[in-house]
Design a protein around this ligand. Structure first.
Ligand SMILES: [Zn+2]
Ligand SMILES: [Zn+2]
Length: 367
């Protein structure tokens, strides 16, 4: 189906404008004129999960008439924005999924910083093959993408039962052999006194992020620690010049993933609440209240490099600059290191044995 691109045109020369990273401005791709984006600071207004169940992603393929060169550009499924492959005109469309993006975290890491981060990372890898460093001389292409996430809130209340274990120590006498002679030594033995406990604990979760696009390289799914203090209300102007996508994973499945994370946190809360030196958990029953969500767009730089005919993917958090990368290992280097460590351990063992013998000799001398 035909869609038209949103117009982000330069007021001075009529050329196209893209979002200028680390600012709230659009900048003209020809004359560099800037124009402020009507950006609104994020205010929390999530919707109830129960009002948004069973809303599938649209599978409609958009065809966008490029206003730069007139070509018909076929978007990928759930794609909101991209650039024309022929003339690089930014093409931004309206989202068409049932649940619209509510917030967006604009990029603050620019392409130069992303490239520098990648090179520093590549240069600092332990156990990397020496020839990998040759890649430092190449220009690597980085692609900025806004990815859709579900952001979940939930207030939880948990009843639990279990056992609290408190450690105590008793003196025991043990026969040991020293220099081949039996001797009795006194040692402390650890025991646990178990007591049944039950109680409750509560925790409020905010902004549990679950990536809602399924067809991504694994490394991209690992990008985390987004600084959500910089969230803005969704505005398509931020997408101009960037690729972006809507969700294609169902809300229900993603909420289950969020709950798995919440349950792991709650499990630790229960252990802490039981207290003592050791804990046994018998039952955990959690009520989830005020289950809210929104769709948010988060920025990631994506790249890859080839080494020995294999592709390694790289992703960089578009706000913090944290890098997540796949990498090759040099098995020769790892083998040599293990060998050196083994030699050092054997050497220490040998020295230690000599030292003991020497001590025993002295001991006999004093008699
Ligand atoms: Zn211009
Ligand atoms: Zn074009």
């Amino acid at each position: 189906m035909k869609f038209s691109a949103l117009p982000f045109k330069c007021p001075s020369c009529g050329s196209f404008m893209v979002h200028k990273i680390n600012s709230f401005n659009l900048v003209c791709t020809s004359c560099k004129t800037t124009k402020a984006i009507d950006a609104t600071v994020y205010t929390r207004a999530k919707s109830s999960i129960y009002n948004a169940q069973n809303i599938p992603a649209s599978s409609e393929i958009k065809v966008v008439d490029c206003p730069g060169c007139g070509a018909d550009i076929e978007f990928k499924k759930q794609q909101i924005s991209t650039s024309c492959p022929y003339c690089e005109t930014p093409l931004v469309t309206q989202p068409i999924n049932g649940i619209k993006p509510y917030s967006i975290l604009p990029f603050s890491i620019d392409t130069e910083t992303a490239k520098k981060t990648f090179k520093n990372w590549l240069g600092s890898l332990f156990f990397a093959p020496n020839s990998l460093k040759k890649l430092l001389d190449f220009e690597h292409k980085f692609r900025p993408i806004y990815l859709p996430y579900y952001s979940f809130d939930s207030k939880t209340f948990t009843n639990y039962s279990g056992e609290r274990g408190d450690a105590y120590y008793v003196e025991v006498q043990r026969e040991v052999y020293i220099d081949g002679k039996p001797q009795i030594v006194t040692e402390l033995e650890r025991h646990i006194n178990w007591n049944y406990v039950s109680g409750s604990t509560n925790r409020d979760f905010y902004d549990v992020l679950i990536n809602s696009k399924s067809d991504l390289p694994d490394i991209v799914k690992q990008v985390s620690n987004f600084d959500l203090n910089r969230l803005m209300l969704y505005n398509p102007a931020f997408l101009s010049g960037f690729d972006s996508f809507e969700y294609n994973k169902e809300l229900e499945n993603c909420y289950q993933e969020a709950k798995e994370y919440m349950n792991s946190v709650i499990h630790n809360d229960v252990l802490y609440s039981i207290g003592g030196d050791e804990q046994r958990v018998h039952s955990i029953n959690t009520q989830y209240n005020k289950e809210m969500f929104e769709v948010t767009m988060l920025p990631v730089w994506i790249s890859s490099f080839d080494y020995n005919s294999k592709q390694y993917n790289i992703a960089i958090n578009g706000v913090t600059g944290e890098i997540f990368g796949e990498r090759p290992y040099s098995y020769t280097k790892i083998f040599i290191t293990i060998l050196i460590v083994a030699i050092v351990i054997l050497g220490l063992f040998y020295l230690n044995n000599n030292y003991n013998t020497h001590e025993v000799t002295n001991y006999i001398h004093t008699y």
